[in-house]
Design a protein around this ligand. Structure first.
Ligand SMILES: Nc1ncnc2c1ncn2[C@@H]1O[C@H](COP(=O)(O)OP(=O)(O)O)[C@@H](O)[C@H]1O
Ligand SMILES: [Mg+2]
Length: 331
């Protein structure tokens, strides 16, 4: 029998209920990720990238979140149906996540060592193994800090999060993420809060770790440059839908969705400063009352009446999947 894909999301619809009503935040996401892929997810702020990423490890708070349909499966197992033991096996040995703001995920009152020891032992338990003694977990923590290229790991274990720089904290969290020996690393804007030079170092570290540990990578960023540097496949999201999905070079060189084209045109070109970056006019829609048909149609320069009337399905065109009625004409 063929192995199921590492991650398979089908028809996934997620909403948030609030005072003003129900925001339809993800609307029918279909996405399959095979082991070993490096997938970048890109789109403007508010397009649903983070809630999609968090859904993979069932980290969306429910309520106010509510799944309206579809499935998220990891190695064939329905993530929504998992019990506590299955969730513990998912988080750590299955999926590890790193986020934009490392300080929020470190406890300011405990040393780095104490927090890493707890995480490492929790992963032992999650994997169904006997928890190793604290001394052994501490040795493993030091080794992991070395692996993320932090100097003097032994001394670092006794320091507190506020004594570290932002880049160092993010490395600590990457080390914690790796401690469960995950299959899938989900990195949600991992470098957005860092200085540009530190950003490049952390990206290179992630790239090396992915290659070295044969990790599957799902990298979320609003920055196409970051995605292009690390990912062979790019998924473009707009207002809770996947609009284009394919090999990075195909999407960057020959985008077929007007939104992908718009995103690319909005990137400043350092080699041709005279070539002004063109922001996409308008804003992402209010998800309490999203546009009919293609959610991008109110901002789309190519929109036809059919675009407001019918939602374009994701279909195979020219070596990628694209959801646009006019995909053949965009070149
Ligand atoms: N916990 C939450 N409660 C209510 N709404 C939320 C919550 N988390 C995210 N949202 C909403 O979901 C939408 C998508 O958010 P998000 O996934 O963070 O976007 P992105 O990561 O692409 O910037 C936004 O409209 C946001 O306001
Ligand atoms: Mg986000």
């Amino acid at each position: 029998m063929r192995e199921p894909p590492l991650l398979e999301i089908t028809g996934y619809r997620l909403a948030f209920d609030g005072f003003e009503g129900r925001a339809q935040v993800l609307d029918g996401i279909d996405l399959r990720v095979e082991a070993g892929e490096t997938v970048g997810i890109v789109g403007e702020t508010g397009c649903g990238k983070s809630v999609l990423a968090r859904s993979v490890a069932r980290l969306v708070p429910m309520p106010p979140g509510r799944v309206l349909g579809g499935h998220v499966r990891f190695q064939g197992q329905d993530v929504m149906a998992m019990d506590r033991a299955a969730l513990a096996r998912l988080r750590g040995p299955g999926v590890a996540m790193i986020f934009q703001d490392p300080m929020s995920y470190l406890n300011p009152v405990f040393t780095i060592g104490a927090q890493m020891v707890d995480v490492i032992r929790a992963h032992d338990r999650g994997a169904g193994q006997k928890m190793r003694p604290r001394s052994a977990a501490r040795a493993a923590a030091a080794e992991l800090l070395g692996a993320v290229r932090l100097p003097e790991p032994g001394r670092l274990l006794d320091r507190y999060p506020h004594e570290l720089s932002g880049g160092m904290r993010q490395r600590v969290l990457i080390a914690m993420a790796l401690s469960g020996q995950p299959k899938l690393l989900v990195a949600d804007e991992p470098t957005t809060a860092l200085d540009v030079t530190v950003q490049a170092e952390v990206l290179r570290l992630i790239e090396d770790l992915v290659t070295h540990n044969r990790l599957t990578l799902m990298l979320i960023s609003h920055d196409l440059g970051v995605i292009g540097a690390l990912c062979r496949r790019v998924v473009v999201m707009y207002a809770g839908t996947v609009v284009e999905d394919g090999p990075a070079e195909t999407l960057f060189d020959r985008p077929r969705h007007p939104y992908t084209r718009g995103l690319l045109a909005a990137v400043p070109d350092l080699e041709r400063p005279a070539h002004r970056a063109q922001p996409i006019p308008g804003q992402i829609p209010n998800l309490l009352d999203p546009p009919s048909g293609c959610r991008f149609h109110p901002r789309c320069p190519l929109a036809l009446p059919v675009c407001a009337a019918q939602r374009p399905p994701l279909r195979d065109v020219d070596g990628r999947r694209v959801a646009c009625h006019r995909a053949e004409e965009v070149a």
